[in-house]
Design a protein around this ligand. Structure first.
Ligand code: 13P
Length: 251
């Protein structure tokens, strides 16, 4: 049985003081959520403070990005061992905003995924089609290529530590959520691609999150689809009440 996982991707939001205040509110509302893995992904400036604030709670910590090298002359970047040292167990890789604004390719995401796994981090690998790709019937071709490319060369053991996040780009920050049926179709397709890449046991074990305008009002219906194992939440993760309600949607 796959344990649902809900992660808050705070993107470029929250100062350290704001982050610590939000964590305190989230911590106060975690009763009854033992059956869900809950991960907070603050900006890198707040990782240390959030890591300290969640100590002893069920909350886990994730970064939003990292470089694939362990160290070196890469001004402005952070490496996997650095975020691991701050208490991260997860790292979001290949988010569509990074693919779009920072030109990350599947090859780059793949290098990052391998580096993350080598450092003991669980990658949350994001994939998803643009609106024009969906409208021209290319969703499976695009998402399939992203999954194959981003996860190329990962062993079965590595795949078991990896989370895939399906985030249709047209649903991110737009208020336009994929319908549960649309999301389920793509999740089932991703699981078929994972099976091609490994075997049925592994494909059935990998957790696949949905992301894109998830709110308290639509989370439960999305998360109860057979191949949807929780969500990657942007805007609605910036406020404790809505984030906690979404986490409860995964029960
Ligand atoms: P929204 O929930 O704000 O649509 O963002 C989704 C997302 O990009 C999470 O990574």
């Amino acid at each position: 049985m796959r344990k649902p996982i809900v992660a808050g991707n705070w993107k470029m939001n929250k100062t350290v003081a704001e982050a610590v205040a939000l964590v305190a509110e989230i911590k106060a509302g975690l009763q009854g959520l033992d059956a869900v893995d809950v991960v907070l992904c603050p900006p890198s400036t707040a990782l240390q403070a959030v890591g300290q604030a969640i100590a002893g709670s069920k909350l886990d910590l994730g970064a939003q990005n990292m470089h694939w090298e362990k160290s070196g002359a890469f001004t402005g970047e952070v490496a996997a061992p650095m975020i691991r040292e701050l208490g991260c167990h997860y790292v979001i890789l290949g988010h569509s905003e990074r693919r779009q604004y920072f030109k990350e390719t599947d090859e780059i995401v793949n290098k990052k995924a391998k580096a993350a796994l080598a450092a003991g981090l669980r990658p949350i690998v994001c994939v998803g089609e643009l609106l024009e790709e969906r409208e021209s019937g290319r969703t499976e071709a695009v998402v399939g290529a992203q999954v194959r490319g981003s996860l190329a060369g990962l062993s079965g053991q590595d795949l078991l530590k990896t989370v895939v996040a399906y985030e249709p780009v047209w649903a991110i920050g737009t208020g336009k959520t994929a319908t549960p049926a649309q999301a389920q179709d793509v999740h089932a397709f991703i699981r078929r691609v994972l099976k091609e890449r490994s075997d049925d046991h592994i494909a059935q074990s990998v957790r696949i999150q949905y992301g894109g305008s998830v709110k308290a009002s639509n989370a439960a219906e999305l998360f109860h689809q057979p191949d949807i194992d929780g969500g990657l939440i942007g805007g609605a993760s910036l406020e404790a009440a809505s984030f906690l309600a979404i986490c409860r949607g995964a029960l």
